[in-house]
Design a protein around this ligand. Sequence first.
Ligand SMILES: [Zn+2]
Length: 235
Amino acid sequence: MAGEFLEPIDGDVIVAPVELNSFDRLDSHSRKCMYWQTNSGTHEYTRGSTFEKEAWLSSVLLQWGVCAQVAEEFGRPVGSVTYAPPSNIARVRAFPSGPVGSDAVLIADLHAHPDFDTKARKDIRSLLLSAVVSDAAKRGVRALETFARTEKGSERLETEFRGSEAKRHAGGPLTCLQEDEFFLARGFEEVGKDPEFPRLRLEIDGEHLWKADVEHALDQLIFEANMRPSAVNSQ
Ligand SMILES: [Zn+2]
């Protein structure tokens, strides 16, 4: 699969909600990743089966509504995001900077395919986050929260999972948890302090609304990105 992305690509990325009949549109990481859906008490990576993941997705979809969006380029998945009320996400209990606000929806996995370069991965993740903000605003959600990793948290995960099976599988927990700077640069604020894994929050109905990007998401779901994957920057 990896080599498929090493050719330079110029194209459109489309973000679409994942519905009951479209789980197979998800990227390979998201189809089996159960990191956020389980709580081992540590940051150990949990890879489940597609059956387990589909069971979680359909349960949240039926109870609450759309809980995942996929970014696609020419019909192939290049990234995805999952989000849900915190009661549906077992891993929240592993973070000392919790609990998640009772009025907030939690962003869990948010990632782009690792074979894209840093800039393209950031563009894809921005687009996915934009789609979540837009969806949350339409559904009357008050706030979005997430747990992210600081540099220190990233170093800890790198050290703990170096050479492990989890690390080899699409980055392990480094794929499931994003850098805090990514969210802080997009209007999120730190509400749960932690030197490694702080809790960050974006008010949807407040002045901190990420307005320009919401409008962008509403007006133009098709995003033109000049995405040039780089073998040098591949993970
Ligand atoms: Zn994951």
